[in-house]
Design a protein around this ligand. Structure first.
Ligand code: GAL
Length: 670
């Protein structure tokens, strides 16, 4: 059944009526409407207010808020409150708490204090979802539901609880059938780790030294499946009782602990929470980069996730929480440069977002997030984001009135990027099991999958190219260039798709280096990739930061780091270190990297490769980014100085002009 349509370019806000006196609700909702917002997300942390004692439901206040919203034409996203189980529930079932890797319970007193495997908790969680969906599923204000809140936030996917142990054994039994199969697959003959029965198998924590990596990988897969089934339970209840409402979850940035493609497969749309400045502070990137983009955020981080979640949502996605000012949770929390809230909003729409919703309506003067700014200050006065949102609303009107929107191109673009013929010229294969595999056995401290993937992504964006982020199972038809940052466990279906792919493919180190059972392939790495690339990795070494690999290529000096493979191949060496060892090889349309090149070298290589195709590109200055959406081309200036846009003088600007100030946005009609 089709869901209630979303008006393109909608804005929203996260609101916590339970945290404010009811005398403020009417004014708040009026002010949201007057600001031009049309969506309000509520409820996701309100369990203790909705069910103060077991089975005692107090839904009157929520009914009132929903009625007030409906009267004002505001659409509500109702969050299920399962990220914040109330105290009575924890006291009732103390073993529902997740257990950390060191065997300690994650106690009540903040949020996300539950184990995905605890069947008792899951029953009570399903009950509150069902009660809410029964009470409000057909309410005219409700346009969408959000399941839970940020699965995995605060490191809460892996739980080493008794409940997890029981479920894991069952999961292993289903997977391997016999314990002999498991022993064989994991290589348990090593160190006398053989089991006689599934009931003997423990969780991979508290071991003397590292547990068997195959054990750890299966535990990660299992934990991801637990998130999927927990989420699916809620989705099924909501679908039954609240038909036509869009069901989403709010995923996070740089978060890899479960398979988002998989979990999102049960949702109608994906959404994510975008905190560009907090995120930049946590990236593994040089201080100079962080200084440069301190108040704008990394120029590719939001876009990377927009492109990822567009795929997860099969073309339908939102930003559920957009940073409007300083946050409270990062190591340091700067103010955004004036204009950035507007820029981040337009950029999300440029990547096809249906809704951008700010976090939060008003800064709370109490509890954990009192230093987190919102659209309004704790006293109710408008904080600086308000004017930017107002300006954005006006500009959205201009965009919507352009031919672009009249022809409904937003929708077409979303559908195109979901499958079939692709809008973006570049595809980047992103894989959660790759992240787990490299985290379990990094072989080099801080060998980081996400950093590597972001560097490949950045190299395409620097050329002004649109990118789709894809799972290994994606249909690659229509893409012109493919980037594969690293894929230790290569799936046969991707190898088959690569065989028929017409266009250059850039493949990063460690690809094909493991089997699904976490073994070195019998034919040596790159395993299945050998069907495409005649090579064997004879040895891999990892290196400290103080011993990078110097490379000089076309008169420019670069460094590679962390990793170096010694390769036997009939392929052509392309780029070599100053010591003469090849770091990149080419064979037909494939390029393989034996190391982790610094960003400027990835950029130079990708530029060279793209320039040999018929894909039109432009070399953008650091900090300038562009994106095509329908028949509009957007430009965004993340950099610290103004830039001149690489567009012809006669270009028709819908917004902005050829000189883009810091934090500027320009939109031209193509
Ligand atoms: C998100 C979360 C919100 C709020 C916000 C603060 O991770 O979903 O509830 O905590 O961060 O930035």
């Amino acid at each position: 059944m089709a869901t209630i349509p979303v008006t393109p370019y909608s804005l929203g806000v996260c609101y916590y009526p339970e945290q404010w006196d009811r005398s403020r609700w009417t004014n708040d909702l009026n002010a949201m409407r007057d600001l031009g917002l049309s969506y309000v997300r509520i409820g996701e942390f309100a369990w203790s207010h909705l069910e103060p004692a077991p089975g005692e439901y107090q839904f009157g206040w929520l009914q009132e808020v929903l009625d007030l919203a409906a009267e004002r034409g505001l659409s509500v996203v109702l969050g299920t409150p399962t990220a914040t189980p109330p105290k009575w529930l924890v006291d009732w079932m103390p073993d529902m708490l997740a257990i950390d890797e060191d065997g300690r319970p994650k106690m009540f007193g903040s949020r996300r204090h539950y184990c995905f495997s605890h069947t008792g908790y899951r029953g009570v969680a399903a009950r509150i979802v069902e009660k809410l969906a029964e009470a409000f599923g057909q309410h005219p204000a409700i346009a969408a539901w959000q399941t839970d809140n940020e699965y995995g936030c605060h490191g809460t996917i892996l739980s080493y609880s008794d409940a997890a142990r029981i479920s894991f054994r069952k999961w292993l039994q289903d997977k391997y059938q016999t314990v002999e199969n498991l022993n064989q697959a994991w290589g348990n003959v090593f160190w006398s780790m053989e089991y006689q029965s599934f009931d003997e198998i423990e969780l991979p924590n508290l071991t003397v030294t590292q547990p068997n990596p195959a054990h750890s990988l299966d535990f990660r897969r299992f934990s991801s499946d637990q998130v999927k089934s927990f989420n699916r339970e809620q989705v099924e209840i909501i679908r039954r009782l609240s038909p036509r409402r869009t069901i989403l979850h709010n995923f996070m940035g740089e978060f890899l602990a479960f398979d988002h493609f998989d979990v999102a497969g049960d949702l109608d749309a994906a959404s994510w929470d975008s905190y560009p400045l907090g995120a930049l502070s946590l990236l593994d990137l040089p201080e100079s980069h962080k200084r440069k983009f301190l108040r704008s955020g990394d120029p590719d981080f939001p876009a990377f996730h927009h492109d990822l979640y567009r795929t997860c949502g099969r073309g339908r996605w939102w930003v559920m929480e957009q940073q409007p000012g300083p946050v409270n949770w990062a190591p340091y929390n700067p103010s955004p440069h004036p204009g950035m809230v507007r820029l981040w909003t337009h950029e999300a729409f440029a990547h096809g977002a249906e809704v951008v919703s700010y976090f939060r309506w008003r800064q709370a003067p109490f509890a954990q997030e009192q230093m987190h700014h919102g659209i309004n200050r704790p006293d109710g006065s408008p904080d600086v984001a308000t004017d930017e949102i107002r300006a954005t609303v006006r500009e959205i009107r201009t965009i919507s009135e352009s031919d672009h929107a009249k022809h409904g191109i937003t929708r077409v673009a979303a559908v195109r990027s979901a499958g079939g013929s692709k809008a973006a010229p570049v595809g980047l294969i992103f894989d959660y099991q790759a992240a787990w595999t490299l985290a379990i056995q990094p072989n080099r401290e801080s060998f980081d999958y996400f950093t590597l993937a972001l560097s490949f992504y950045r190299s395409a964006r620097r050329l002004g190219l649109d990118v789709d982020i894809l799972p290994q199972t994606a249909n690659l038809d229509g893409y012109k260039v493919l980037l594969v940052p690293s894929l230790p466990i290569l799936r046969p279906n991707l190898v088959a798709s690569l065989k028929s792919f017409r266009g250059p493919v850039v493949i990063g180190p460690r690809t094909g280096s493991k089997t699904p059972d976490f073994r070195i392939p019998s034919q040596l790495p790159p395993g299945l990739l050998q069907e495409l690339f005649p090579m064997r990795v004879l040895r891999a070494e990892s290196l400290p930061d103080f011993a990078p690999i110097p490379v000089s290529w076309r008169g420019v000096n670069y460094q590679c780091r962390h990793w170096m493979e010694q390769i036997e191949t009939s392929a052509t060496p392309w780029i070599a270190s100053t010591d003469g060892d090849a770091i990149a090889f080419t064979h037909e349309a494939f390029t393989y990297l034996a190391t982790v090149p610094e960003q400027s070298l990835v950029d130079a290589m990708v530029e060279d490769i793209v320039s040999r195709t018929d894909v039109p590109f432009m070399l953008l200055p650091d900090g300038l980014r562009t994106r095509v959406h329908g028949d509009l081309r957007y430009f965004f200036n993340y950099g610290p100085t103004k830039v001149s846009l690489p567009v012809p003088k006669e270009a028709g600007f819908l917004i902005g002009g050829p000189e883009l100030p810091v934090a500027g946005v320009a939109i031209i009609q193509l």
